[in-house]
Design a protein around this ligand. Structure first.
Ligand SMILES: C[S@@+](CC[C@H](N)C(=O)[O-])C[C@H]1O[C@@H](n2cnc3c(N)ncnc32)[C@H](O)[C@@H]1O
Length: 322
């Protein structure tokens, strides 16, 4: 299946990263290299790009895209690139293995690619019947079917409420537990039917597909999307060279809040009580938030790519001491 994914907020990201041609850039969610290929294009022979993804299919697509990009550049002027199968949360380790201690820019474009959503075998989509999989890294053992069949009703309800903002979380969780007593829930189609039965009839045709929020919530929980993001942002900021920038595109209000708070804390980490005349906690600012408000897609981009509609870009710049 050909890799199709239109990069979101592409020009905004390239501007935000303020690319230096000899610099080192890390893309923690390289996907099909939609963003990375454009970063590579702006680098000189002394520049380096590191693309990370936890999905082998994405890495294969990225390789082919980056090779095409390099082939179009004059020999002798081509930058270096590395592709690494890793979780972006382990970026410090992945870069260390390559002998890289600091980078001039990092990009995270969170969530799933259109390719992952469109591939019926991956089980991310409520539109296609498929095994209930949803693993971004298909070498992990736990699938969405495992999560659906072995989580308690309370846990399922929490996941759907917290990660899907699903108002019928309790009803859906109850129905899942009831249905799985007969036989395990193995396919996306079965889960969709269960959700449809659980949602009160008058709400089934309002607010988008009734399974949309549950599928998003299960994907986020299974792949530890929010916990990874929250845990690693301070470490990613520490990887930046002075003047280097971290750009993060989110698609979910909870992700955006995590990024906003992490950037705010990195800018002003002081925990001294307000009434203290001087700081005694010793925590030093790591830099400044470039985007007081997130950068949003233009009307034109949203019209061309509906997936961009919920995208928000936030940017942080490293300053101060190394
Ligand atoms: C929205 S896509 C990126 C698309 C890419 N920017 C492009 O334009 O082609 C997100 C990618 O991030 C990957 N991904 C999600 N979470 C990840 C994580 N924690 N570590 C590494 N890769 C991750 C997914 O496998 C997917 O390929």
């Amino acid at each position: 299946m050909e890799f199709s994914h239109v990069p979101v907020l592409l020009n905004e990201c390239l501007d935000a990263l303020k690319i230096i041609k000899d610099g080192i850039y890390a893309d923690g969610t390289v996907g099909g290299a939609g963003h990375s290929s454009q970063i590579l294009k702006r680098l000189s022979k002394d520049g380096t790009l590191v693309g990370i993804d936890r999905d082998n299919e994405a890495l294969a697509a990225a390789k082919s895209r980056l090779e095409d990009e390099l082939a179009a550049m004059p020999e002798g002027g081509r930058p270096k690139y590395y592709l690494v199968k890793s979780n972006y949360g382990d970026m410090p380790q992945a870069l260390k293995t390559l002998g890289i201690a600091r980078v001039n820019g990092i990009l995270l474009d969170l969530g799933v690619s259109s390719h992952q959503l469109d591939d019926p075998d991956r089980g991310f989509s409520y539109m296609k019947n498929a095994p209930l999989d949803m693993r971004m890294d298909t070498e992990e053992s736990r699938t969405a079917a495992d999560l659906i069949n072995d989580s308690s009703e309370t846990e399922l309800s929490r996941i759907l409420r917290d990660y899907g903002e699903e108002r019928f979380a309790g009803l859906i969780a109850k129905r899942i537990v009831l249905e799985r007593q007969n036989h395990p829930i193995e396919t996306t189609g079965e889960l969709v039917r269960i959700i449809e039965k659980a949602v009160p009839a008058k709400y089934r045709n309002t607010g988008g597909h009734p399974a949309k929020r549950t599928f998003q919530a299960v994907r986020i929980a299974l792949n530890h999307e929010l916990t990874t993001l929250e845990a690693c942002l301070p470490d990613l900021i520490d990887l930046l060279a002075l003047g280097g920038r971290l750009a993060v595109i989110t698609f979910h209000s909870l992700e955006d809040r995590i990024v906003k708070n992490a950037f705010k804390t990195a800018e002003d980490p002081c925990i001294c009580p307000k009434e203290f005349p001087v700081c005694v906690c010793g925590r030093k600012s790591k830099g400044k938030v470039i985007t007081r408000k997130p950068i949003l897609p233009t009307e034109e981009e949203m019209a061309q790519n509906s997936r961009s509609a919920s995208a928000k870009l936030r940017v942080f710049e490293r300053m101060g001491e190394e």
